[in-house]
Design a protein around this ligand. Structure first.
Ligand code: FAD
Length: 248
């Protein structure tokens, strides 16, 4: 559980718009000035509780400079996310707009293709990156893999398809749902070349892979990629696998 902040460290912001992709996945857009940040970074959102605010980390889904937007997945029984998912336009929430995190393209090395592999709301930092256009300035081909429990959670699908269509063969998007989205299924599809074949891009040392979301999927995917010769990207030992786990 993250530390609660004193109320005076968090600002109030009005919810300008809500897009409900399905019962448990929503986009919240705030009526607030965006902080300077790099696509892939996160800030903290929250709500007041008795005395102290309850704040959690959420990746920016908006591109830098655009009105702040977040993709929130409801965690059953969670303290904050069910309340965030129930907000309507006009509601007020708290946010600590100081950006944090190192899950940015600046820290990713060069390569031929960029793979963005997300589970659930782990799509958010990739939406920010894709909206910024940066992936295509750095890589010839960009592949998005979005794994979700059910199809209703495939947020931003039309917008991303339109962004990708403008890039011709520089873009491939693969959705995996239900039984195909489990850690085992995703790792198997990475290991045996099925995802490469579907994306038309090699998954070897010429690729850079960003993984975001469910730690069980990330661990399984990383093991499958390491078995293919890819290595973790560390500050002093650059590699091809960079990940952001949404929980421990
Ligand atoms: C760097 C970072 C960025 C994040 N960005 C986002 C984002 O853009 N969108 C988003 O929806 N969430 C994001 N998260 C997760 C978010 O911070 C909260 O953990 C999540 O919303 C649950 O909060 P809660 O108060 O409802 O649950 P809590 O009461 O804190 O606890 C519920 C427990 O559920 C687990 N859990 C957390 N998230 C999930 C999940 N998605 N599915 C299943 N179990 C989970 C954890 O073990 C947690 O301890 C991010 C987390 C990190 C660390």
């Amino acid at each position: 559980m993250e530390e609660d902040l004193a109320l005076n460290e968090a600002n109030q912001a009005r919810v300008a718009a809500v897009r409900r992709w399905c019962e448990d996945t929503v986009t919240l857009r705030l009526d607030a000035a965006p902080p300077p940040f790099a696509a892939g970074q996160f800030v903290r959102l929250g709500l007041p509780t008795k005395g102290r605010p309850l704040l959690r980390s959420y990746s920016m889904a908006s591109a830098p400079g655009e009105p702040p937007e977040f993709l929130v997945e409801r965690v059953p029984g969670g303290a904050l996310s069910p309340r965030l998912c129930a907000l309507n336009p006009g509601a007020t929430l708290l946010w600590d707009p100081r950006p944090a995190g190192r899950f940015t393209l600046e820290r990713v090395g060069s390569g031929e293709s960029l793979w963005l592999v997300a589970t659930g709301a782990g799509l958010a930092p990739f939406v920010s990156m894709l909206r910024s256009g940066e992936p295509w300035r750095r890589f010839r081909r960009v592949v998005l893999v979005h794994a979700v429990a059910h199809p209703g959670q495939l947020a931003y699908r039309e917008e991303l398809a339109a962004l990708g269509a403008a890039r011709g063969d520089g873009w491939a998007s693969l959705a995996r749902t239900g039984a195909d989205a489990t850690p085992e299924a995703l790792a198997a599809a990475l290991a045996d070349g099925r995802l490469e074949a579907a994306a038309g891009a090699p998954l070897d040392a010429r690729a850079q892979v960003l993984l975001c979301g469910d730690p069980r999927v990330l661990d399984a995917a990383r093991a499958a990629l390491e078995a293919r010769g890819l290595r973790r990207n560390r500050p002093r030992a650059p590699g091809q696998i960079t990940s952001e786990k949404y929980w421990a």
